[in-house]
Design a protein. Sequence first.
Length: 511
Amino acid sequence: MCEDDHGMGMGRRALFVTGAAAALTLGSVSFSNGPEAAAASNQETRTVRGTLPVGSPDFVYLPVEVPRGVREIKVAYTYEKPSVPAGTAGNALDIGIFDERGTELGGRGFRGWSGGARTEFFLRADDATPGYIPGPVRPGTWHIALGPYTVAPQGLPYEITITLTYGEPGAVTHPTYPPSRAKGRGRAWYRGDCHLHSWYSDGRRTPAEIAALARAAGLDFINTSEHNTHSSHPHWADQAGDDLLIMLGEEVTTRNGHVVALGTDPGTFVDWRYRARDNRFGRFARQIRRAGGLVVPAHPHATCIGCGWKFGFGEADAVEVWNGPYTPDDEVTLAEWDNTLVASVRSGHDWIPAMGNSDAHRDPDPVGTPQTVVLADDLTREAIQEGIRAGRSYVAESKLVSLTFTASGAKGEHAGIGERLHVDKDTPVTIRLEATGAPRCTIRFVTDEGVLFTSAPLPVSGSGTAEWTTTAQYAAYVRAELRHEVAVGPLPGALAAFTNPIFLGTAGHQE
């Protein structure tokens, strides 16, 4: 075993800034010249130590010179977690690795990321720790990537142990991916949850466990969304079936917010190593679309460090308004999303549909709470994405909640969720919502002026209907909410469901 120090500004090795100030490269770690020079155990180990100070860059790279003949790379790390004053962030250090192809942003060198979910990982040709990509261990300069998520006032002392095992490589695996089509019911309403985590990032469930929970929740489709890795993509094929479409994606987890890449081509990796000030997000949003996916900012007002969405919504195909159990940050996001409707509807510009997902990680997180219910032509990746992109959807807290929401004019004109009803500006328009599975919930109709109609609570059976009359002159759009009762206070209850809007436009309006 060889030991060395890699402190920032205090160690015996040089430090090199690479490109932007948000990344820094330490001195390299070297091994022997190959298996002949290794110990009789056919392994070599190096341990390095250092301390990252407050104000460390977002990413710190530790180069590792990998000689020929390596069968497996194993990395283990620890770091100190001293007590900190109340209200001060303690130490949290993420980890991943890039191979000899380098650390270039958006390059081909990515080989895995576990964030702070694991203390060790390995890679070889035929297998890898969840979160990491199996494949050849080729000679060259690899880089262990450290992400000091938060650093305590005392600094962040760390220790990294790298073990190389020499020998004949195993056979390279050839991935199999789930199909992009399930049996479906033709044009119908399909239920899905597009933000889920397994043990391939920081979740604790296997793909099999998640698929079983998805079926129990009445879901027709799901989307995989591991933090900053696509390593789970080959591990879902045997969970798909005629009754469950499994789409593949990633939760791109930056320091300025998270975005779900929804339904990308199998094997697509989307880089996350940038902030809003770097002006890089547009490049990777376009990559998601080129790979056949949708760009969906996730939990924009979540309170965790780095979770707040700072990139704006100019590149969004939809926005995750409801994330997991309904909480105050979802209420803020709902209001913000409603404001985007106000800004776009009168001008006829594109609008951003809303969706909801569970973001389930582990027990007792429920899969399918909430779920997005999409009107799609079939149960295929493309049809589901088109329904989401068009806003032909509503969000429900569970499979028990179903609704229909329509707008009708005096001459038989008709529009549904996500559509535009063209009528004369003073023509009466009947707004109608039918709900089931929402006992004691109230129905609210929301326009560009705010809430203009609230029903009496639905009966304990959970079924009921509400109607309201308006005009295109008075309401630019109407959307619906089902709210649970509240015991006291003026605030509305938590959502049971909400719809994307129906737009009311003047007859003859050119879009």
